[in-house]
Design a binder for this molecule. Structure first.
Ligand code: ADP
Length: 334
């Protein structure tokens, strides 16, 4: 089967790029973050200053990359894109930084995974627009200071807790991205349907939005899968009925949970009597990386009231037992 949440194929990525909101006005939801960001950017523009470095945190697919690109557009500048895991050696980062033009935005995705030496180089770059390049080894090594053009760093992370204090402190503005409401996701879907030329009916939009795990990326992906179904098995119109039948084929259930979500709940309840159980044990039970379970799966299960985090581990709520068609035991939290 396909996992609609965890992994991504390249064809999907191309469509995703075409569906990216380009301007703040096209960016649906996150009204609080948007308002704050507008003030940060326009305040700096008005003073003629370089805007503060920005950190976005939150689960995947909520619009962190999109917002970073919008920041560059709003500032009328270019954006360079990289990621924490790509910055293995400080030299990689130094090359990136020294190529920036004045006012550029540098976007570092998964910034919590940056290697320590590169991270330390970033401190000085963020604070003073400067790096020290170490040339040579041993006693003959010298450090050559290099001036950088003023830039704005935008970092994105699915785990703000994994950032070191010194790195976190260097961001002037930190925003946490929230899951979207079904109504907001309907707006995302309508816009995407317009771009893709999908005949999306009102009741179809409601149905897909409800099952999108609060995530625009998933809403867009489900829309494309439902469109396939509508074109092959129906007359092309995406109605509620068509959406329901299609999502059943793709193993997306009434609450929008996919196979991995249900596997996690199934293991928690079936193998560990509802918990508490540690995240790594749970991950082994479903054959996934602990980080995937923790960063991709768990936030939505918590938000949907199906899973609770306790000091002793993860616990299935009464609603989780009921969702799997089981009777919750007395000890299950409500
Ligand atoms: P992240 O960086 O948080 O993983 P992205 O910015 O890559 O998320 O968003 C994934 C996709 O979801 C985008 O290509 C876009 O199509 C859609 N998307 C995300 N946020 C929004 C939004 N607020 N409004 C409209 N579409 C959005």
């Amino acid at each position: 089967g396909v996992s609609l949440t965890a992994h991504q194929d390249p064809a999907d990525r191309d469509v995703e790029v075409s569906l990216r909101p380009r301007k703040l006005s096209e960016f649906v939801g996150q009204s609080r973050v948007r308002e704050q960001l507008e003030l940060v950017l326009h305040g700096a523009l008005k003073r003629g200053d370089q805007p503060d470095h920005v950190l976005f945190s939150g689960p995947p697919g909520l619009g962190k990359t999109s917002l970073s690109m919008i920041i560059a557009t709003e500032l009328g500048s270019s954006i360079r894109v990289t990621s924490g895991p790509a910055l293995e050696r400080p030299g990689d980062l130094a090359a990136m930084l020294s190529n920036l033009n004045e006012g550029d935005v540098l976007f570092i995705d998964e910034i919590h995974r940056i290697a320590r030496p590169a991270e330390e180089m970033l401190y000085l770059a963020m604070e003073d627009y400067r790096v020290d390049i170490v040339v040579g080894k041993g006693p003959g090594a010298t450090s050559i200071p290099l001036e950088l053009a003023p830039f704005t760093l935008v970092g994105a992370t699915t785990r703000s807790g994994a950032l070191t204090g010194p790195l976190r402190d260097r961001f002037g503005f930190t925003a946490h991205m929230e899951f979207y409401t079904p109504e907001e996701l309907e707006l995302v879907l309508r816009r995407s349907a317009g771009i893709l030329g999908v005949d999306l009916r009102d009741d179809g939009a409601v149905e897909i939005a409800r099952r999108s795990r609060g995530t625009p990326r998933i809403a867009n992906r489900l829309l494309r899968r439902v469109r396939d179904f509508a074109e092959v098995r129906a007359d092309g119109a995406v109605t509620r009925e068509v959406a329901r039948s299609a999502l059943e084929v793709y193993d997306v259930d009434e609450l929008g949970l996919d196979r991995l979500d249900r596997a996690v709940l199934g293991a928690l309840i079936g193998s560990f009597h509802g918990g508490p159980v540690g995240i790594s044990t749970l991950a082994v039970a479903v054959g996934e990386e602990p980080t995937t379970v923790e960063e991709v799966c768990e936030p939505y299960l918590v938000r949907a009231g199906l899973l609770a985090r306790t000091p002793r581990g993860r616990v299935a709520t009464a609603a989780a037992w009921e969702h799997l068609g089981l009777t919750p035991p007395q000890h299950a939290p409500g």
